[in-house]
Design a protein around this ligand. Structure first.
Ligand SMILES: [Zn+2]
Length: 190
């Protein structure tokens, strides 16, 4: 095994993902002039080995959340606990549990010093309905739409790493959240 191969071994990638790789080794990795060709595949394999389910991981979007394939034409957001939060093109926050802090008293429970002013903003905490893990926090003016943090162009990322996904298509990389919101409004008004 060459020095570079050792540096980017699957074991090192696993330790990197777990936050266990020493900083000097990470710096060595960053300084590599020739990157290892299969690093993306190795990274996905490491992620796949961390979870208890079998759906293929296409991308990781946060500490707990992944975009997975449930078969051709079906890409959803899935929590590491196994709970699914719908089509990945719709902001997953629409399917999460929400706790919203609107009063000074509620905000003080989590901001011990210099909390935001409830006259201007609210604090939204999003939780997984399956495992209750906190998935995100956003501080925004009341009424502001849920912030859509990550919408990866999955086909492009895979293509850049020499992988052609079976169900690659033009209409994957688009925000479908407004359509979902419109469906809700129709349901409420029905
Ligand atoms: Zn979960």
């Amino acid at each position: 095994m060459s020095e570079n191969e050792q540096l980017t071994s699957k074991e090192n990638i696993r330790r990197l993902v777990e936050g266990e790789l020493p900083l000097d080794v990470i710096h060595e990795m960053i300084r590599m002039t020739t990157k290892d060709e299969d690093r993306f595949v190795k990274y996905l394999e490491v992620l796949q080995e961390k979870v208890d389910w079998d759906e293929e991981i296409l991308a990781r979007i946060s500490d707990h959340l992944y975009v997975v394939s449930k078969g051709p034409g079906d890409r959803v957001v899935k929590c590491d606990c196994g709970h699914e939060l719908g089509d990945y093109r719709v902001n997953w926050k629409m399917e999460a549990l929400l706790y919203c802090r609107r009063t000074e008293e509620e905000i003080k429970e989590v901001f011990t010093v210099h909390g935001p002013d409830p006259e201007y903003v609210e604090v939204r905490e999003f939780y997984c309905p399956g495992c209750q893990a906190q998935l995100a926090v956003e501080v925004v003016p009341p009424g502001y739409p849920f912030v859509f943090e990550v919408l990866p162009d999955i086909d492009a990322v895979h293509a850049a790493n020499g992988r052609q996904l079976e169900d690659a298509a033009e209409d994957w990389f688009q925000d479908r959240t407004p359509e979902r919101a419109a469906e809700w409004i129709e349901e409420v008004n029905a």
